[in-house]
Design a protein around this ligand. Structure first.
Ligand code: SF4
Length: 158
């Protein structure tokens, strides 16, 4: 490293320290701008609690057994409630795919299933949070600018 490049590195380091001390942090904002449309969004504290509660599920299947009481449910859209708890909610970027299964789940008696669940998963709140987030994510993706058309022309470096 030459003395000039060493001085330049030191100068940029000092500028960075001063900027960090006096300018507002934009990291989280820029993260949201970049990844919000991909579904990597922040969760409010209440939503974090709901998502964290999903990890308590012990896959006992009690909710599934009582899911048979539901009427007018399209089983090809959602097999059973534990699918939502154990699988469908595990990836935030895929939550927009939850809208249809949640609509099926809402047709049942969620309060009854909550009472039966040994892990006390708050299923009604799970549905409420997931629906809100799924619809927001869908709206975000619909409003996204169209992707650039793929070019069939080969790059000619000249
Ligand atoms: S009853 Fe509760 S713990 Fe059992 S599978 Fe359903 S959500 Fe999980």
């Amino acid at each position: 490293m030459t003395p000039v490049s060493f001085l330049r590195l030191g100068w940029h380091f000092a500028v960075r320290l001063v900027a960090r001390a006096f300018l507002p942090a934009r990291g989280l904002l820029r993260f949201k701008e970049s990844y919000g449309r991909e579904g990597l969004f922040e969760l409010a504290r209440e939503e974090q609690e709901v998502v964290a509660s999903l990890s308590r599920c012990i896959a006992c299947g009690i909710c599934d057994a009582h899911f048979g009481d539901f009427t007018n449910v399209a089983r090809n859209t959602m097999r059973a409630p534990s699918d939502v708890v154990l699988a469908h909610t595990r990836s935030l970027p895929d939550w927009d795919a939850l809208v249809r299964p949640l609509a099926q789940l809402e047709r049942g008696d969620l309060a009854r299933i909550e009472r039966l669940c040994p892990a006390q998963i708050p299923l009604a709140r799970v549905v409420e949070v997931a629906r809100r987030r799924a619809e927001a994510l869908r709206a975000e993706r619909v409003s996204a600018p169209p992707a650039l058309p793929a070019s069939n022309e080969k790059h000619d470096p000249g």
